[in-house]
Design a protein around this ligand. Structure first.
Ligand SMILES: [Zn+2]
Ligand SMILES: [Zn+2]
Length: 338
């Protein structure tokens, strides 16, 4: 089968033939109908975080089950599903409490094990969520990563009804986070980004855009400050803006990936005001189920955020990753194999 492989850091992904192995006893094989191209894939292609040479990338995957292992009980051929990309052992304390992200033998689809930049992908049955008919394949692919992680980040920030939120980075995660913040009861949501077009979309979702030429923390504080701030880009500087935007008892949640270091004043930033810095990595299976319920009820949609689709071709996908690096890509682009 056709599959896009990581080769070496900084080099384009390469199209190579891959073996389409039979699913294990508790696995399902999925024909990929849509695979989202994510900023994380850009990080993997560049070499941070490290990925093994020869890995098939693609962690945002929706598709149709075409084969099931003999021990599968809840899924069948023809089911339309989205992949929950965090594969745990299923028996340890973390897996037992629904936090398989921290399973010591855990693997991420499209990073630690082969993913969906391919015609087919195989994952454990328990790593699939059946799609409501209202959710398109391409929307499901995006929801499997950015939207579910946004929901997880808001929950990690313990967003409560009537609170205020700042969203730093109005991309795929940010646009989902704005909608979800309101669904969870946020009173006001501020959107921070350098891109005026994205700020306009954020405003159409109900967020208050912050002038990109202004000091965002200063603007937000003067407007009353926020209870929860999400850093979604991967910038130590924007994490600083999050902290500086918080009211007393506020929570700043770091979601974006960056090797940069943030300087924090234990007294000024944390003790005085009992502010909290919280890390958020990926999401849980429960987040993904809840997200699908929001979408099935017509309360949440990412379809307007998907700016383009591309075929499963090396040049097309590498070009989208280049555009993501240059900041010129649409909010979300999805691979639709032919
Ligand atoms: Zn992703
Ligand atoms: Zn485990």
């Amino acid at each position: 089968m056709k599959a896009l492989h990581f080769t070496t850091p900084g080099q384009p992904l390469a199209m190579e033939d891959a073996v389409r192995s039979a699913p294990g006893p508790a696995d399902v094989r999925i024909r990929v109908l849509a695979a989202g191209i994510c900023r994380s894939d850009l990080h993997y292609r560049s070499g941070f975080p490290a990925v093994d040479s020869g890995r098939i990338l693609g962690h945002e995957v929706a598709g149709e089950i075409v084969d099931v292992g003999p021990e599968c009980k809840t899924r069948g051929v023809g089911d339309r599903i989205v992949v929950h990309y965090t594969v745990g052992c299923g028996v340890c304390t973390f897996c037992g409490s629904g936090r398989e992200r921290f399973c010591v033998t855990g693997e991420m689809v499209g990073k630690d094990r082969d993913g969906g930049y391919a015609e087919y992908v195989t994952v454990p049955e328990r790593n699939t969520v059946v799609l409501p008919s209202a959710v398109s394949d391409r929307a499901a692919a995006v929801m499997g990563c950015s939207s579910s992680t946004s929901l997880h980040a808001l929950r990690k920030g313990r967003l409560a009804k009537g609170e205020t939120v700042a969203i730093l980075g109005a991309g795929g995660l940010g646009m989902s986070a704005i909608q979800l913040a309101f669904l969870l009861g946020a009173e006001r949501v501020f959107a921070v980004d350098l891109d005026e077009t994205k700020l306009a979309i954020a405003a159409s979702l109900g967020a208050e855009p912050v002038d990109p030429n202004a000091d965002a923390a200063d603007v937000i504080r003067k407007a009353g400050g926020v209870d929860v701030a999400l850093e979604l880009v991967g910038s130590a500087q924007l994490m600083r803006t999050c902290i500086d935007s918080l009211n007393p008892l506020g929570r700043a949640v770091a979601v974006g990936l960056t090797p940069d270091v943030l300087s924090v004043g234990p007294y000024t930033d944390l003790v005085d005001g009992e502010r909290e810095l919280i890390g958020c990595s990926d999401h849980t299976l429960a987040d993904l189920h809840d997200l699908m319920a929001f979408a099935a009820a017509g309360e949440f949609s990412v379809d307007p955020l998907i700016g383009a689709t591309v075929p499963l071709e090396a040049a097309a996908v590498n070009s989208v990753l280049d555009d993501l690096a240059a900041g010129t890509a649409p909010i979300r682009t999805v691979i639709v194999p032919e």
